[in-house]
Design a protein. Structure first.
Length: 290
């Protein structure tokens, strides 16, 4: 959808260049069709309408923790948008770029895209490591440094993080998400802090507000996110995510009215056809008699 000047107001999910938040995913409105998710949304003083992420179309605090950082190669840190030190040229074409926790340096690591691990293992920086044998319950996370299943503090504390942050399961506190700042090789995507691939058809690059989902979910490559390397298991971080795109449907009452109208038109057409055939037949019989 574009405005009168040709500027894109919204587009299908994944239309942005990897690492960018420029064009929000369209939202379907019953009367007006596909529009910017903030179409006709009015917020109270001190709030803004979020255009990206799981809270798109909702009024939130005017902070990148909630709205994300519009633009390219930006990271939300301490509620401020700062430059991501990782770019598409920071590492070789087959390596993963990870920014340091203080965003001062970057690391180039192998990708997990082509790595196949055995049962009870998971891939980290291109190598398979043990993951508690896969024996942790849904209420636990694996501390890979000790190979022990530990209580997930995010669940026990009921922690709810802002839309652009994730919860650390070992402490129950909110912070950066696993894929924040990670730049994957072209065609790969970041999942729970690791780059995997290939990218499924129909998905595109996006930035941190929508790229890092709950542990195990997928996020587009080249996204802007921060990995905290001091965590015992950074793959256990997670947060709710939201979808995008637009799928406008007619409601049931409208569908019923449309079906009834089509049926009436069909019946009238059939009746008219029969009447015309009878008239033509009568005319032929009258002509034959004369």
């Amino acid at each position: 959808m574009k405005d009168s000047s040709g500027r894109a107001l919204c587009a299908p999910t994944g239309s942005d260049t990897p690492g960018c938040l420029n064009t929000p995913a369209c939202k379907c409105f019953p009367k007006s069709g596909c529009e910017d998710p903030c179409y006709n949304v009015k917020c109270a003083s001190g709030e803004v309408c979020a255009r990206f992420g799981s809270k798109a179309g909702k009024c939130v605090t005017n902070s990148c923790d909630e709205t994300g950082c519009e633009g390219c190669n930006l990271i939300c840190r301490s509620s401020q948008c700062v430059n991501n030190p990782c770019t598409s040229t920071s590492c070789t074409a087959v390596q993963v770029c990870r920014p340091s926790s203080d965003l001062a340096t970057t690391e180039c690591k192998p990708t997990c895209a082509s790595v196949v691990c055995g049962s009870g293992e998971t891939c980290h920086d291109g190598a398979c490591i043990k993951n508690c044998g896969g024996n942790c319950t849904s209420q636990q996370f694996c501390d890979t440094s000790t190979q022990k299943c530990m209580p997930n503090q995010c669940l026990s504390n009921g922690t709810s993080c802002p839309g652009n942050q994730c919860c650390n399961p070992s402490t129950g506190t909110c912070g950066a998400c696993p894929c924040d700042g990670v730049v994957c090789p072209t065609g790969q995507l970041c999942t729970s802090g690791e780059c995997v691939g290939p990218k499924p058809t129909g998905t595109g690059g996006s930035s941190s507000i929508i790229d890092a989902g709950q542990a195990g979910s997928q996020s587009p490559g080249g996204s802007s996110s921060i990995v905290t390397h001091t965590l015992p298991d950074h793959r256990a971080w997670g947060r709710p995510t939201g979808g995008g795109g637009c799928d406008c449907r007619v409601d049931q009452s409208q569908r019923a009215k449309s079906t009834l109208a089509a049926l009436l038109v069909g019946l009238l057409g059939a009746a008219f056809g029969r009447r015309k055939r009878r008239t033509n037949s009568a005319t032929r019989r009258s002509g034959g008699a004369s």
